[in-house]
Design a protein around this ligand. Structure first.
Ligand code: ATP
Length: 190
């Protein structure tokens, strides 16, 4: 894609709801610095469209509070219908904001998301990370199983993806420094 500048590294963060994708992305960004790195979200253009369309509060939808949960199922269904026509539609829209050498994508949920970034930027720039946390820990962070959300493609498509560059257990808050160091090593790896 000619109009999208190419970053040096794109870090794709994946994992179940409340495993800590946004938490670790934010902490990694602090560590790397905003001159070097940025976070993008594939869900951002989806939420922007949804907020405009339904007259909702975009920053609440983008946050980690309960507000977004009210609309999550509808947004999944609507965005899946659009992906049927073009699997890269939301990834492409999210990438228009890339302007740093290191790009952290904090909400990778589908094999087609990984495929989009590999095809668009070349596999050598891509690092794939799976973040894991037990159901008990995720529940402590506010997760509750919901049919139509936790048992559909957006949550499960990458469960059997076997090619992660790094798998992290984000169970306990006291190990965050170790997780961030591993992520930084992966980003700096040639
Ligand atoms: N290691 C940790 N230590 C302390 N708090 C954490 C840790 N990991 C995650 N959390 C907290 O758990 C909650 C859920 O994390 P977060 O929003 O990052 O999950 P997520 O994977 O992005 O979820 P979703 O898929 O719903 O967007 C947040 O309040 C976050 O601050």
């Amino acid at each position: 894609m000619d109009n999208i500048p190419a970053p040096k590294v794109i870090l794709l963060l994946s994992g179940k709801r409340k495993c800590g994708k946004d938490f670790l992305a934010d902490a990694l960004l602090k560590r790397l610095g905003t001159d070097e790195a940025q976070i993008i979200r594939i869900s951002e253009p989806i939420k922007r469209h949804w907020a405009d369309w339904k007259g909702l509060n975009l920053s609440e939808l983008l946050g980690d509070g309960t507000y977004k949960e009210r609309y999550r199922k509808e947004m999944i269904e609507w965005s899946d219908a659009r992906r049927q026509e073009d699997y890269g539609v939301f990834c492409r829209a999210a990438c228009t904001t890339i302007d740093r050498g290191i790009c952290i994508v904090s909400d990778v949920r589908r094999k087609t998301d990984v495929r989009f970034f590999q095809e668009t930027y070349g596999p050598e720039r891509i690092r794939t990370v799976r973040i894991e946390a037990s159901e008990a820990v995720r529940a402590e962070r506010g997760w509750q199983f919901q049919s139509g959300i936790d048992d559909v493609q957006s949550e499960c498509d990458l469960d059997n993806y076997g090619a992660w560059d790094l798998v992290l257990a984000n169970e306990h808050s006291n190990d965050v420094d170790g997780l961030l160091a591993a992520l930084q090593r992966l980003v700096e790896q040639q």
